[in-house]
Design a binder for this molecule. Structure first.
Ligand SMILES: Cc1cc2nc3c(=O)[nH]c(=O)nc-3n(C[C@H](O)[C@H](O)[C@H](O)COP(=O)(O)OP(=O)(O)OC[C@H]3O[C@@H](n4cnc5c(N)ncnc54)[C@H](O)[C@@H]3O)c2cc1C
Length: 384
């Protein structure tokens, strides 16, 4: 067993870290305050090849693996949660769907522009009435000659209004048992009848875009279905398995950022004539953060490692996402409390880390849903 990062991954980590520190860190606060999508940075990140890290070079990607991607997302999140979410939704969810079930022709047309950073991707599963219960999808796709016609709406979609290509779930029929049959459709943003609705005002991740998608008789060619038009639900679940590794990595980056901020602060800040880090209550918070972060990183890397070896990784990904996101919430909260009143004002970044971390307990399946996924796999109970 070798727990060292391979040299190629360590180099990627160092390169991403240096770029973020030099080019990105100075503009984060302004973009967050102004709630401005960092389009220039996303373009640069695309030019560096980081919008397609796990995508084969044949389709415009960097040809690296899931572990490399997880390492990069963690580094990005250490500096900017919003940018990490933009990259994660684009890569794991939009590119991920095409990587899993796209034909070579679909990949040439849609994946290559995304993985090479020319087009941003989005992924539309959630609807007003279909969140944790994605089977409640109401958006429909009806076959009409050589096309599919999509009607309905999506909610809470990352990269809404910025993406040029969306991978979208729509109901194509109903099984004999009354369950929804769902297809995965590739929808270019310039399709007639497609529009972006309200963009959300959020608790955190202010520079990322989260919004509604509307489909009003949107016609896409029959060739824009990913895999089986009735079997898309399974595809979406597989996409989410992969996405959970990146949300785990994002959570890890936020937790690490919180620890990085807390350590120098508690060493320097003096009360009662001593550094506050010398008080056991404060020091133990740091010890817990550091310990939990190590455990979360081991879980995220293990899930990526399993996937990269073609092994079953869904359980490990759900466990990593569940644990890392809860660690992120605890660590960012601990960092904020360790800053006292200074943690509550905007001069220090720990408040942003805490706000951003909450999303990791919600997106791509809430913690309750991760526990359901984990328990079902462990208990293997079939309840109708
Ligand atoms: C910033 C942001 C970005 C997002 N980006 C995307 C995106 O790009 N694409 C996309 O498709 N979606 C996206 N989402 C949506 C996200 O995946 C959903 O919000 C999430 O899956 C939860 O669904 P919901 O909000 O409808 O909550 P609900 O499903 O209504 O859940 C509410 C509460 O009930 C609990 N609950 C529900 N069902 C059960 C159950 N069976 N057992 C136990 N507890 C349960 C939940 O855990 C939660 O605590 C995003 C959301 C946010 C906030």
């Amino acid at each position: 067993m070798d727990l060292d990062l391979p040299a190629e991954h360590a180099l990627l980590r160092q390169t991403v870290r240096a770029y973020l520190a030099d080019e990105v860190a100075p503009i984060v606060d302004r973009h967050e305050r102004e709630r401005r999508f960092p389009i220039e940075v996303v373009r640069q990140v695309g030019e560096m090849g980081w919008l397609g890290i796990p995508v084969p070079e044949r389709w415009g990607g960097a040809g690296m693996d899931t572990l490399a991607y997880a390492v990069a997302v963690e580094e990005i999140a250490r500096v900017w949660g919003s940018l990490a979410l933009i990259v994660a939704a684009h890569t794991s969810l939009a590119c991920g769907g095409l990587m899993l079930d796209g034909t070579d022709e679909q990949r040439d047309t849609f994946l290559t522009p995304m993985a090479s950073g020319r087009v941003i991707g989005g992924y539309g599963l959630t609807e007003p009435g279909a969140g944790s219960d994605a089977g409640g999808t109401r958006t429909t796709a009806r076959r009409d000659g050589d096309s599919w016609v999509i009607d309905g709406a999506k909610r809470f979609i990352t990269n809404a209004g910025q993406a040029g290509t969306y991978v979208v779930a729509a109901r194509t029929g109903t099984t004999a048992q009354g369950r929804a049959e769902v297809g995965a459709f590739i929808v270019p943003a310039d399709s007639p009848g497609f529009s972006v609705g309200r963009l959300e005002e959020k608790l955190g991740l202010h520079a990322s875009a989260t919004g509604e998608l509307h489909f009003d008789g949107v016609r896409v060619p029959a060739g824009n279905v990913l895999g089986d038009p009735a079997g898309g639900f399974r595809l979406f679940l597989r996409i989410l398995d992969g996405g959970r590794i990146s949300i785990g990595a994002l959570a890890l980056g936020l937790a690490q950022a919180a620890l990085d901020a807390a350590i120098p602060y508690v060493r320097e800040r003096k009360q009662f004539g001593r550094p506050i880090g010398s008080f056991e209550a404060v020091a133990f918070r740091i010890a817990d953060m550091a310990t939990e972060i190590e455990a979360a990183r081991a879980m995220v890397w293990r899930a990526a490692w399993l996937r990269d070896r073609g092994r079953e990784f869904g359980l490990a990904a759900a466990q990593a996402k569940l644990f890392a996101s809860e660690v992120a919430s605890r660590a960012t909260n601990a960092a904020l409390l360790s800053h006292g009143g200074y943690g509550y004002v905007d001069d220090y970044p720990v408040g942003r880390y805490l706000r951003d971390a909450k999303l990791t307990e919600i997106g791509e399946g809430t913690s309750d849903i991760q526990r359901l996924v984990i328990a079902r796999q462990i208990l293997d109970l079939r309840v109708s």
